[in-house]
Design a protein around this ligand. Structure first.
Ligand code: IPD
Ligand code: CA
Length: 258
């Protein structure tokens, strides 16, 4: 199944990179974009993925659910749509397979760099077929990836306060604009800590499994391993760093009454 899955992700990446006739529109708020490529990639995966696992259903960011059942594909056809719309060349295809609510397989593909991150529950994580592991950097030498809640700007001041408190504790901050890719980079040890206040299942379902299978910690305010659906997410290369970021996030969210 993993062979078919990575093949499908690669083909999805090819569809993404074809910008012929590209049209860009907004959904909900002015900064939340959808493009004709998001729709094309999702349409392709909605047809292809259920063929790989008989009886599986499909949930995509753009067109929602098709089918029913305990086995479901959770797909973000383009994670990093704002990057894509500007041709910044940092966007990913994110595909997870969930069984009874638990992610059992995940793939994040970055077509511009041809990086294929994969994980299977209990079987480790890989990049282009090579096993990967989170870094062992202490918090003081960590690179922090985060965002400032672009789609829900009422949460932005809280996110900036969290950044203000984390920066002096670590080395620096990055924002790549695709949560799935940032989690994959954490899994490979290129970045070390991650926080976002507002995420959707398709943004993180695959990335969270890849982090955990690479030995990292991924969770919500309730602690490591507790994250499943949507809302604030913290990920780190170690329990110590996870705990430090979690305490800051809890205090700042508490101040907002969240
Ligand atoms: C977004 C990206 C971004 C994150 C947002 C997500 P989209 O997904 O992952 O990095 O900050 O929270 O919604 O809209 O590009 O699919
Ligand atoms: Ca998307």
């Amino acid at each position: 199944m993993m062979g078919g899955l990575t093949e499908a992700a690669r083909e999805a990446g090819r569809i993404m990179m074809d910008r012929d006739g590209l049209m860009i529109s907004t959904k909900g708020t002015r900064e939340n974009l959808a493009t004709t490529a998001d729709l094309k990639v999702e349409r392709f995966l909605r047809a292809r993925l259920p063929e790989l696992v008989p009886g599986s259903s499909f949930v995509g960011e753009e067109d929602g659910r098709s089918g029913e059942g305990d086995l479901v594909w959770i797909v973000d056809p383009i994670d990093g749509t704002a990057n894509y719309a500007r041709d910044l060349k940092v966007s990913t295809v994110s595909i997870a397979l969930r069984m009874n609510g638990e992610t059992v397989a995940g793939v994040v593909y970055q077509p511009y760099t041809d990086e294929m991150f994969c994980a299977r529950k209990g079987q480790g994580a890989s990049l282009n077929g090579r096993a990967i592991h989170v870094s062992n950097r202490p918090l003081a030498n960590s690179m922090f990836c985060t965002s400032w809640s672009a789609y829900k700007k009422e949460r932005s001041p809280m996110c900036f306060r969290i950044s203000e408190r984390v920066l002096p504790l670590c080395e620096d901050i990055r924002r790549f604009g695709t949560a799935a890719y940032e989690l994959s980079l954490l899994a490979e040890g290129r970045i070390d800590i991650f926080f976002e206040a507002t995420l959707q299942p398709w943004d993180i379902a695959a990335g969270a499994l890849i982090v955990r299978e690479a030995g990292g910690v991924c969770g919500s305010l309730d602690g490591p391993e507790s994250y499943d659906a949507e809302g604030p997410m913290i990920a780190a290369n170690s329990r110590e760093s996870f705990g430090a970021i979690r305490d800051i996030v809890e205090e700042e969210m508490g101040r907002e009454g969240l």
